[in-house]
Design a protein around this ligand. Sequence first.
Ligand code: GDP
Length: 432
Amino acid sequence: LPVVAVVGRPNVGKSTLVNRILGRREAVVQDVPGVTRDRVSYDADWNGRSFVLVDTGGWAPDAQGLAAQIAEQAELAIATADAVVLVVDGTVGTLDSDQAVVKVLRRSKKPVVLAVNKVDDQRAEAEAASMWNLGLGEPYAVSALHGRGSGDLLDAVLAALPPTPPLDLDPERGPRRVAIVGKPNVGKSSLLNKLARQQRVVVHDMAGTTVDPVDELVEVDGETYVFIDTAGIRRRVKEASGHEYYASLRTQGAIERAEVCVAVLDASVPLTEQDVRILTSVEEAGRALVIAYNKWDLTDEERRHYLGREVELDIAPFAWASHVNISAQTGRHVDRLGPALQEALTSWETRISTGKLNAFLGRVVAAHPHPVRGGKQPRILFGTQAQAGPPTFVLFTSGQLEPGYQRFVERRLREEFGFVGTPVHVEVRARE
Ligand code: GDP
């Protein structure tokens, strides 16, 4: 979805305007003094076009270097936006800190719509007209509090958004769905921002694809994916009670809707049970998996040594997953995510012909027959791939296989067919 950022110095009424656009009061979280909130985005629409509205109104820059800080924060929001609404206060006129934002906007070359807020009377209207001299085009006089002028403002915002580019997608298949999962604060939203900043694809009117408003189309390494429940990631949904419970429900839902999951782990601190639980959920759902060890920039040699041991201990059952060591912050190796996703999905979708499978099984059994137990030796008679996504094999045997032998066959299957990043299921049907 296209992103519209609302910027301006404190107290010009950004949050009130955002509320007005969203048409609901509760949308904006109460500001906590001294606490700098991250970007807060909301799904909004106007005249049938959906967009994401980013509210920078909760940002509370500290007193010193006010202008510079506002500019810096606006810069962040602007970098990710497709269009920007600059809000100025019609009762006060422009201040230095407004000018600082204007400078950033000019540099960004993003389309800007100028909103002159608090225009409640004639006198303010005259003031609004004087804002032409900011050089940002027509000033839109609004009263966020009373709702005046916000329709015209929104029309201007939509007109400023880039036209919806046609999507070049295989209509047969549609884009694959990706869920970014992980504990709070491991860097999911940072990673999403990093990826979405490079390439943002606009969804509008895409034939044959249903994209939920909570999802986003993002192009990674030339491939378009639907990122699942990005609203949940961007919005940092926090329920007052049972927060963890709802968060895990949401994660579970995202995993089930996706074909491939990116499990983000914080490499700079010890892994936890919660990390392992999330990986387990992905495996149990039978989804392809890429593990992203994030915050690599914060790891030193010692930490990496311990991480290696934690991985051996706790991540061993997920050795089949692909992994990347990244920094969502610096961008380090984020470009490796695309190839890892593609590799995992290719493995996940692989279909092995019955002939090829049985030729392989014949070789394995000949080289490593099942051990003889109690005078009996179960044999693999025939195998077939019952399903792809994830690859699921059924082996027909003359007796129950020992668990160790079954694991051996699974391992050989993986090696032979190069399954990386996907669970592989093997079912045994024993004819007794
Ligand atoms: P989320 O809750 O999983 O979405 O995590 P966020 O993306 O909000 O990140 C949590 C915090 O970790 C933020 O302060 C980020 O700036 C920081 N962070 C995220 N990724 C990295 C990284 O690769 N390196 C460093 N140093 N910090 C990071």
